[in-house]
Design a protein around this ligand. Structure first.
Ligand code: KMH
Ligand code: ZN
Length: 271
């Protein structure tokens, strides 16, 4: 099996300090957390931004500051979010692409998201994919439900995405595909040839999905965006604590851990 690529998603758009006081919010806190996760074994960071009040924002200046501070500390791969938060406009969501990060997220369909709707009509998906292609940014197709794999295949067929195709299976969002092993196997078997993939489960589905993904030869995503607990009723002390646990599990199963440069090679990122 190839070495395990660990993506950390330490912020997200929905979690608050009230949910977990250890949530990093400021660019300085986020950069420190990125560095600690890198030291623990993470090779990609999925970045969201927060404003001075802790609210989600896609302000390129805040992304710029975070990325600068992270790059001063380590060479972890930066993957910015183009999903942002529910209700953001397409213009807001795409704004940080101009910073030309190595990777960006690209959700390939609309899905109910808790009490809201994460709105991704075909025109938006296509234009984000085109912009990423023009800028040499590797998209990670975020899959919240089964139909989104088919939509991803369509983008590939239209020549908008280059191999290897990177899929992020995000399971267990209320409104999306449940976070069961059976559903993971279905998604995994639906992926096109020349795909790479990582999986994460939201909340209590997190560990079973992660461990199964490692055993299947896939990669993993973890962090407060997906799960704020270390175990039932016990909040995680940090994102790095979650990375360290996955590294221990992976090593027990016999998977080596990819460095950022190894992940760059496997994903064929344009550096
Ligand atoms: N915050 C969610 C509505 C992404 O980063 O691209 C969308 C999300 C996906 O987190
Ligand atoms: Zn996200």
């Amino acid at each position: 099996m190839k070495p395990l690529i660990i993506t950390v998603a330490p912020i997200g758009a929905e979690v608050t300090k009230e949910d977990n006081p250890n949530l990093p919010i400021t660019p300085e806190e986020i950069a420190e957390e990125a560095f600690n996760c890198y030291k623990a074994g993470a090779s990609i960071i999925h970045l969201h931004a927060r404003d001075e009040n802790g609210n989600p924002t896609q302000d390129p200046e805040i992304y710029h500051e975070m990325i600068k501070l992270i790059k001063e500390r380590c060479n972890i791969i930066i993957q910015i979010s183009t999903g942002g938060a529910i209700g953001m406009s397409p213009e807001e969501r795409r704004a940080p692409l101009k910073l030309k990060p190595e990777m960006a997220s690209l959700t390939t369909g609309t899905v109910n998201f808790g009490d809201g709707v994460f709105y991704n009509p075909p025109t938006l998906i296509k234009s984000l994919a085109q912009e990423m292609k023009n800028l040499g940014i590797k998209p990670e197709m975020e899959i919240f439900d089964v139909g989104m794999v088919a939509n991803g295949k369509k983008l590939i067929k239209e020549g908008l995405i280059d191999p290897p195709f990177q899929f992020g299976l995000i399971m267990g969002v209320p409104g999306g595909i449940p976070g069961t092993i059976k559903d993971l196997l279905h998604l995994y078997e639906s992926l096109p040839e020349k795909s790479m993939w990582s999986a994460t489960g939201i909340g209590k589905t997190h560990l079973p999905i992660s461990v199964t993904s490692i055993a299947l030869g896939g990669n993993v995503r973890l962090g407060f965006e997906d799960n704020i607990y270390y175990e039932k009723g016990i909040l995680a002390e940090s994102n790095a604590q979650l990375v360290k646990r996955i590294v221990r599990i992976a090593k027990e199963i016999g998977r080596k851990i990819a460095t950022p440069d190894k992940a760059r090679k496997l994903l064929r990122l344009k550096i």
